[in-house]
Design a protein around this ligand. Structure first.
Ligand SMILES: [Zn+2]
Length: 50
């Protein structure tokens, strides 16, 4: 189960919801926030969720 609740980075245009997303995992914890933040889904996560 790779999907989890969405998170995003401050200043980013996208949110992530897949734990295998390298981009999502590279977000520093201090910049990380929970939720979609009104952003669009990251394209890597979109691929991984298929
Ligand atoms: Zn992502």
């Amino acid at each position: 189960m790779a999907k989890k609740s969405p998170w995003h980075a401050i200043g980013s245009e996208v949110y992530h919801n897949n734990t295998k997303c390298t981009e999502g995992n590279n977000i520093e914890s201090k910049n990380q926030r929970a939720g979609e933040g009104g952003k669009r889904l990251c394209r890597h996560c979109k691929e991984l969720n298929k």
